[in-house]
Design a protein around this ligand. Structure first.
Ligand code: ADP
Length: 457
C-alpha cells in the first residue's frame, strides 16, 4: 500500500453535506503510512459538525480491502474557516481577527432570542471554539444576566479600546454594561446606530472563531447599521411556534434578504411543554410556526427548543445550559455557516418522502430518483451515529444489539436542516433519538438493507 493508493480510495469518499470528496475538500491531514497501519486526521472546517463520525466510518469502509492494512487510526479535528470578505478594507480593524460574525435576530421581542444566542454560543465554547457575544439589543440587553455578569459595568475605554468581559469561557460585550439599575439607558434612532457602530469598531476581541451578535428585535436602523458595517457570515432567525409567528419572522427575513445577508436557518423556541414525569406535550404557544416559516421561505429548520424550566432558571441565574438538542442546533449552524464561508453548495440530495409503516416498526424512504428503501426501526436505532452509540475516535460500536428492544418503533421522524433527519423511538435509553442521520447515510443504510434482504431470499 502506498500514499497514492490511499489517496485514490479516499478521493471516492464524499462528504454528505457538500457532496464533494474528502481529498478535494482538504479534510485529510497528517497522513502516515506504516507497514500494516495507516494514520490520518479527519479535519473538518467547523467544530460540532454532525457527520464527523459518519465520515470516519465511510473512510474505514472504503479502506477495508486494502492489502496488508490491519490498523486504521483516524483522529478527529477541526479548524474554523474564516469568511473571506472580512478582509475587506472597510472592515473595522478590531474585527479582523474574528473568523465569523453571526447575527441572531427575531421579528419581535420575548421569543427567546437572547436565550438562543447564549445557549448556542455556550455550545460552541464547550466544543472548544473561541467564542464572543456582542449584545446590541438596545431594548433589553439581557445577555449580561444570562452569563452571570448582571452587575458588571464598563470601566471605560482605554485609548478608545473596549475590553470584553470573560464569562463561561466566552468574551462578552453588551450595551447593558453601559446601564445601571438607576439609570436604565434608552437609546433611540441615530444615537443607537452610532453607538452600535462604535461598539463594532472598538471592542478588542482578539482571535475568535465565532462572534454571535444578539440583535434588537425587529428591523430598524441597527440591523442596517450592522449589515453595512461588517460582513456577516449569516443570520439565524428565532421564532415561536404560533401560526402567526412566521408573519413576524418574515419581516426579519426580508430585511436580511434585502441587504444580501445569508439566512442560516430558523430556530423555533418555546416549542411545547412536557411536565416532569409525563410524556404529554402541551403546545402552549401553538404549533408548527417555525416549520411553516421554514417551508414558506425555503430555509433550513435548525431545530426546536421546548419550554424548559431548567433553561429558564439557568438564564436567570447566569449558569450554563447545554444539552444534546442545543448541541444539535449549534452543529447545524456550523454546517450552514461553513457552506457560506467555503462557498460550497449544500447537497440537494434529499428524500421525496419519509414514511412510517407497520406501526412505526418500518421506515419507508422514497428518494428523488424514485428508488425506494425499506429499513427496520431496529436497524435505524442500531446504526445510530451519535457519540453515545459510536466511539468517536475508534469507530467502535458502543450500542449493542441486545440493548435494543426487538420490537422498537419509531414514533416520529424530525427533519434536521436540509440534509438529514432525526428519529424519536419508543426506546428511552441514552442516545436513542440523539443521532442525526444525514440523507447520504440513510441512503447507504437503505442500500445495505436491500442487499441483505436479497441475500435472505
Ligand atoms: P428575547 O431576547 O427574544 O427578548 P429572552 O431570550 O430574553 O427573549 O427570553 C425571554 C424570557 O423567556 C427569559 O426569561 C428566558 O429565560 C425565557 N425563555 C426563553 N426561552 C425559553 C425556553 N425555551 N424555556 C423556558 N424559558 C425560556
Amino acid at each position: 500500500m502506498d500514499g497514492k493508493e490511499i489517496t485514490d480510495i479516499l478521493s471516492n469518499v464524499k462528504d454528505s453535506y457538500f457532496n464533494k470528496d474528502l481529498i478535494t475538500l482538504g479534510y485529510i491531514k497528517g497522513m502516515s503510512i506504516g507497514e500494516n497501519e495507516l494514520r490520518f486526521t479527519l479535519k473538518l472546517p467547523a467544530p460540532l459538525m454532525p457527520n464527523h463520525e459518519e465520515l470516519a466510518q465511510k473512510c474505514r469502509e472504503a479502506l477495508k480491502d486494502v492489502e496488508d492494512l490491519e490498523t486504521i487510526e483516524i483522529k478527529h479535528d477541526w479548524e474554523v474557516q474564516r469568511l473571506p470578505s472580512l478582509d475587506a478594507q472597510n472592515t473595522p480593524q478590531a474585527l479582523k481577527t474574528v473568523k465569523n460574525i453571526i447575527a441572531i435576530a427575531s421579528g419581535k421581542g420575548g421569543v427567546g432570542k437572547s436565550t438562543v444566542t447564549v445557549c448556542i454560543a455556550e455550545a460552541f465554547a464547550n466544543a472548544g471554539a473561541r467564542v464572543g457575544i456582542l449584545d446590541i439589543d438596545i431594548y433589553g440587553p439581557s445577555v449580561p444576566n444570562m452569563v452571570g455578569l448582571g452587575s458588571h459595568q464598563l470601566g471605560g475605554a482605554q485609548d478608545g479600546v473596549l475590553e470584553p468581559v470573560e464569562a463561561h469561557g466566552m468574551k462578552v460585550m453588551s450595551m447593558g454594561f453601559l446601564a445601571t439599575k438607576d439609570t436604565p439607558v434608552v437609546w433611540r434612532g441615530p444615537i443607537a446606530s452610532q453607538l452600535v457602530q462604535q461598539f463594532l469598531g472598538a471592542v478588542d476581541w482578539g482571535e475568535l472563531d465565532y462572534l454571535f451578535v444578539d440583535m434588537p428585535p425587529g428591523t430598524g436602523d441597527i440591523q442596517l447599521t450592522l449589515s453595512q458595517t461588517v460582513p456577516l457570515t449569516g443570520a439565524v432567525i428565532v421564532t415561536t411556534p404560533q401560526e402567526v409567528a412566521h408573519t413576524i419572522a418574515e419581516k426579519g427575513l426580508r430585511m436580511f434578504q434585502q441587504v444580501k445577508i445569508p439566512i442560516l436557518g430558523i430556530v423555533e423556541n418555546m416549542s411545547g411543554f412536557t411536565p416532569p414525569g409525563s410524556d404529554e406535550v402541551f403546545h402552549i404557544f401553538g404549533e408548527g410556526g417555525g416549520k411553516s416559516a421554514a417551508e414558506e421561505f425555503e430555509l433550513p429548520m435548525l431545530g426546536q427548543i421546548p419550554i424548559n424550566q431548567n433553561l429558564r432558571e439557568a438564564m436567570d441565574n447566569g449558569t450554563v445550559f447545554i444539552n444534546d438538542n442545543i448541541n444539535s442546533i449549534a452543529s447545524l449552524i456550523a454546517v450552514e455557516a461553513m457552506a457560506v464561508v467555503t462557498n460550497e453548495e449544500l447537497s440537494p440530495f434529499a428524500p421525496r418522502e419519509i414514511n412510517l409503516a407497520n406501526d412505526g416498526q418500518t421506515l419507508v424512504i422514497k428518494w428523488q430518483d424514485s428508488v425506494e428503501h425499506v429499513i427496520s426501526a431496529f436497524n435505524i436505532r442500531f446504526m445510530c451515529p451519535c457519540a453515545h452509540c459510536v466511539d468517536e475516535i475508534t469507530g467502535e460500536k458502543l450500542v449493542k444489539e441486545h440493548q435494543i428492544p426487538p420490537d422498537i418503533k419509531i414514533t416520529e421522524s424530525v427533519p434536521v436542516g436540509r440534509y438529514g433527519v432525526r428519529f424519536n423511538f419508543t426506546d428511552p435509553s441514552p442516545g436513542a433519538g440523539a443521532g442525526i442521520y444525514t440523507f447520504s447515510f440513510l441512503r447507504k443504510l437503505g442500500e445495505d438493507a436491500k442487499e441483505n434482504a436479497s441475500f435472505d431470499v
